[in-house]
Ligand binder design. Sequence first.
Ligand code: XIL
Length: 331
Amino acid sequence: TTGLNAAAKAAGKLYFGSATDNPELSDAPYVSILSDTKQFGIITPGNSMKWDATEPSRGTFSFSGGDQIYNFAKANGQMVRGHTTVWYSQLPSWVTSGNFDNATLISIMQNHVTNVISHYKGGIDNSKGKEILMTIMILDAWDVCNEVFNDDGTWRTSVFYNTIGPSFVPLAFQAARAADPNAKLYINDYNIEGSGAKSTAMYNLVKSLKAQGVPIDGIGIQGHLIVGSVPSTIQANIEQFTSLGVEVAITELDIRMTLPATDALLAQQKKDYQTVISACNAVEKCIGVTIWDYTDKYSWIPNTFSGQGAALPWDANLVKKPAYDGIVAGF
Ligand code: XIL
């Protein structure tokens, strides 16, 4: 095959992409695959655009890590998916422990969204035809709000929800649109791959945001899945989301297993990748897929889910696994 991004584009999708993280960019064999646009057309920074990295103290912004990944992608001719401005996790303690009142936290949140998204906006100049397209392509999308729901579909407790209430979501999207009118603005979550309470909550929220004229363009389905447990309703659920008039992207796909990896598990994983990719492929408004890094060498899974791993299409030695062929077969 010619590569995962090449396969996605041949199928009419916008891209196939990978997350990465700053320390990995000094690994030359790793970088030579990551920078190959036949494999990856879009890059997501796994950590360096999060709040703790970008505004470690109030009003002091730091873009060095995010810029490194942004400039890397730009140099390769890849797009970037900004991740993420408003999330309950990886917040600096000045945000979580500040005991701010409603109005103050709203302005802190708006200021954060405005500064971070403005920093990476394309700098569109309508007088320059060709450049417009180029700059739009450089930063494709932002995960404006991440993981706002619990698995039962109720609102997740967070400093934003607790202090501001559910209106933190429309306020964040309005600030994001003002900061970059060209980036696609997404709400992103996990366990919304198949039908269920959490997917219904997401559907209802986006429906009400659209009805209120809130600027939202897409639903990001993270896709942190388990081998043998891909929901059978995944394609129907993606269709249901797109019926709201938003696009869908699979933003953080990985399919983990209990270690050790056996031939049987790797074969099932190949099928599971193919199932997820075919589901996106079959829905016109499912525009692309990003995996949460491409090699088991740098996967977040073993650090978070004890005893599990081998979730990605390249193994820890940068050798392609059966899952790679499953992805190609899915497009
Ligand atoms: C993960 C990173 O990959 C880890 O390096 C970090 O320690 C924790 O966060 N959902 C998300 C991502 O939206 O931001 C998370 O990334 C994985 C789950």
